[in-house]
Design a protein around this ligand. Structure first.
Ligand SMILES: Nc1ncnc2c1ncn2[C@@H]1O[C@H](COP(=O)(O)OP(=O)(O)OP(=O)(O)O)[C@@H](O)[C@H]1O
Ligand SMILES: [Mg+2]
Length: 269
């Protein structure tokens, strides 16, 4: 019998540069500080940048995992005790779009380590490429990051629409990033939720928001994750609050999670 404890989350966005990587990296810190274990995988093989945010140059990366005989455990890089990452690499065009065989290798290798952690987080590239969509479909939950910009709303709507109509996925959590106020965040969520309800007949879940915060920009420049650089900054507090909600979700859905595989391959009809 399957008794899985790992919650898998795909972090995605329609538009690029909205803050996915920063949010998911700092979410990992917040979860770790609350005594959870987490592994974060950089899935952006076109423009990887988790390693850059951490100021590290890992020896092995996703390319080695996919193209040679190394195990996922060999590629893991510890960030903090109980918080590891699987780095990617930039500028490998042949891997930006993974064919089914390569996806299969990734799937099998990832599963050898995923069960060790409470959370498996996939930091996806932006947009609606076939690889992004199939990685998003693998995870148990999808977290869509949006900003109040109209282009972010239209791009995320387009992405959700493709996942709903072609992959049958109907559950999405939304994080509004770079909001000037709670009110702006709420309005932004409501706008996207209304479009998804009216045209796609799905209900989005509001996970919360992160303030626009220059401290986050500074932390990027210093290549030090925000949670370490300024744990009391407004954006840090917001990310702690997102982590608490995700922990509540995992606790409240432990039976459901136990019955489901950590990653599930999408079977098209
Ligand atoms: N809450 C915030 N407040 C202020 N600036 C932010 C915030 N979140 C993100 N940014 C800015 O946006 C930039 C891009 O963030 P990040 O790299 O996390 O985005 P991304 O969605 O992962 O991008 P990509 O689509 O390229 O993967 C950051 O370097 C920072 O300058
Ligand atoms: Mg990113």
């Amino acid at each position: 019998m399957n008794t899985n404890k790992t919650l898998s989350l795909a972090i995605m966005s329609g538009k690029g540069g909205v803050g996915k990587t920063n949010i998911v990296l700092n979410l990992g810190y917040a979860l770790q500080q609350a005594d959870n274990t987490a592994v974060l995988m950089d899935c952006d093989l076109g423009l990887a940048n988790l390693d850059v945010l951490l100021g590290i140059s890992p020896e092995l990366n996703l390319r080695d995992l996919l193209q040679s005989d190394v195990d996922a455990a060999d590629v893991l890089v510890p960030i903090e005790s109980g918080f590891d990452m699987l780095p990617a690499t930039s500028g490998v065009p042949e891997l930006v779009e993974m064919d089914e065989d390569v996806q299969d290798i990734l799937f099998k290798k990832l599963l050898t380590i995923a069960g060790r952690y409470d959370y498996l987080m996939l930091d996806l590239g932006a947009g609606i490429s076939p690889t992004v969509l199939s990685l998003a479909a693998l995870a148990q939950l999808r977290v869509v990051v949006i900003t109040p910009e109209p282009t972010s709303l239209t791009d995320s709507y387009a992405m959700i629409k493709v996942l709903t109509t072609h992959y049958g996925i109907k559950d999405f959590l939304v994080v509004v990033n770079q909001a000037l106020s709670a009110q702006e965040a709420r309005q932004t969520f409501d706008r996207l939720a209304a479009a998804c309800k009216n045209f796609l007949h799905i209900e989005l879940q509001n996970l919360g928001f992160v303030h626009q915060d220059t401290t986050l920009v500074e932390s990027v420049r210093r290549q030090t994750p925000l949670m370490k650089y300024a744990p009391n900054a407004p954006a840090s507090k917001d990310i702690f609050s997102l982590a608490r909600k995700i922990m509540r979700y995992r606790k409240g859905n432990s039976e459901r999670i136990a019955e489901r595989p950590i990653l599930k391959k999408f079977q098209s009809e």
